[in-house]
Design a protein around this ligand. Structure first.
Ligand SMILES: C[S@@+](CC[C@H](N)C(=O)[O-])C[C@H]1O[C@@H](n2cnc3c(N)ncnc32)[C@H](O)[C@@H]1O
Length: 196
């Protein structure tokens, strides 16, 4: 069990346990009361649940069925109202649009031989260059954002932060690094973008 901002979150088997990257995003969330929020890759649900302390309308998604159960359970424990859905990236919100989209991405470069045959693999496996999920996420972003919509995503220097910034700018986002933490072999950043 993890305590954060006076709330308690159960960790669950086969689900990403909140770590430094989770707390970097949690500490730097830019949620407004009026926001309709989408969190992709909810894991234990901690980010979506924190967002729901401020915004009333929060949808969270995970591709891992154990994470969906875990997030629903943590929402119940914290009496949080979040709508947790199972699926790949934006599939479960096909026609829906949001004011703020959050994602602590699976950003680790992962070779074929390092792939784990387990639901937890999706938590960190970013493919060979660490960008497989990040790039698919960026591709779907604009279609699911309201005008002036914002995005906050977490990634590592191991998966080419400049590439993400460049791609988002090409799509019409103003982007900045709003948090950054150095670890032994990487820097983890929170990128915050606004559609202009
Ligand atoms: C680094 S973990 C973050 C979990 C949680 N948000 C946190 O910060 O502790 C990434 C999460 O994204 C989920 N995920 C990975 N690929 C996904 C995809 N294509 N669609 C939806 N969720 C995905 C994983 O299952 C995992 O729960």
């Amino acid at each position: 069990m993890i305590k954060y901002q006076g709330m308690e979150f159960n960790t669950c088997k086969n689900v990403y346990e909140p770590a430094e990257d989770t707390f970097l995003l949690a500490d730097n969330l830019e949620v407004k009361k009026s926001d309709i929020v989408l969190e992709i890759g909810t894991g234990t649900g901690i980010i979506g649940i924190l967002a729901s302390n401020i915004a009333q309308n929060v949808v969270t998604i995970d591709i891992n069925k154990y994470a969906v159960k875990c997030a629903q359970n943590n929402a119940a424990i914290n009496q949080a109202h979040i709508d947790v859905r199972l699926g790949d990236l934006f599939d479960p919100v096909e026609d829906e649009k949001f004011d703020l989209i959050l994602f602590n991405t699976p950003y680790l470069p992962t070779e074929e031989e390092d792939v784990v045959d387990d639901a937890i693999d999706a938590a960190w496996n970013g493919g060979k260059d660490g960008r497989t999920v990040i790039d698919r996420f960026i591709d779907g972003l604009k279609e699911h954002l309201n005008p002036d919509g914002r995005v906050q995503l977490v990634q590592s220097s191991l998966s080419n932060v400049e590439e993400t910034i460049g791609r988002m700018m090409e799509m019409g986002f103003e982007v900045s690094i709003t948090a950054c933490e150095r670890f032994f072999f990487e820097e983890v950043v929170v990128l915050t973008g606004t559609l202009i």
